[in-house]
Write a protein that binds this ligand. Structure first.
Ligand code: G4P
Ligand code: MG
Length: 178
């Protein structure tokens, strides 16, 4: 496999559709979606196409202004009146990638402090690697669109030239080197 893994918009959309089907088949019926920005925003919006629920946005940063790692992830944006929105609710937490799991686990713990009934985690991609943090035992539902090796994923929303990006994805899927 190449060291970069290209993912186009249509691929994202189809992954989300499969994930939404699995979510529905599992019987989990969330009341609200919480999207972790910024990578989780577009996937969350597509999930809303299949399961129409309100989306709340949160922002968590693991980096300081000088782009070095902070000791732990920190909130940079959080849900206003979070308790009112989350207490007793079934939450679907969405991000684009489960990498080190540090940000996701931090976010789960913060959300749990608002006493939701349940939290399920949904990501487009899960990197198969040793994780820096683990989900608390309350998390029993986890949906990953695709398990992939520890390579850098190129998402379409980061592309400067989307035509070039889609071209790279097609070449990669055909098995050619990039
Ligand atoms: P995790 O809990 O979701 O595993 O997050 P972790 O703290 O390990 O990730 C730190 C940042 O690195 C996250 O972005 C995450 O989206 C990004 N990231 C990790 N692996 C990849 C990858 O393969 N491709 C891309 N494009 N991004 C990756 P963030 O700091 O939350 O910022 P944002 O980009 O979501 O705004
Ligand atoms: Mg992210």
């Amino acid at each position: 496999m190449n060291d970069k893994y290209y993912v186009g918009y249509a691929t994202v959309h189809k992954l989300v559709r499969t994930l939404a089907d699995r979510l529905v088949a599992s019987g989990y019926n969330p009341d609200v979606i919480v999207a972790i920005g910024s990578g989780g925003f577009i996937p969350a919006r597509i999930v809303k196409t299949y399961i129409n629920r309100p989306i709340y946005a949160v922002g968590i940063s693991y980096y300081g202004i000088d782009q070095t790692h902070l000791d732990h992830p920190q909130k940079i944006q959080w849900i206003d009146e979070a308790q009112q929105h989350l207490r007793g609710k079934k939450v679907l937490l969405i991000d684009e990638v489960d990498d080190t799991r540090a940000t996701l686990s931090y976010c789960v713990r913060e959300l749990l402090s608002h006493e939701p009934e349940e939290i399920a985690v949904l990501v487009l991609h899960n990197k198969l690697k040793e994780k820096d943090d683990q989900f608390p035992p309350e998390i029993t539902r986890y949906f990953a669109g695709l398990d992939i090796p520890d390579v850098w994923i190129k998402y379409p929303w980061d592309a400067i030239d989307i035509d070039e990006h889609e071209h790279c994805e097609r070449k990669m899927l055909k098995g050619n080197t990039i």
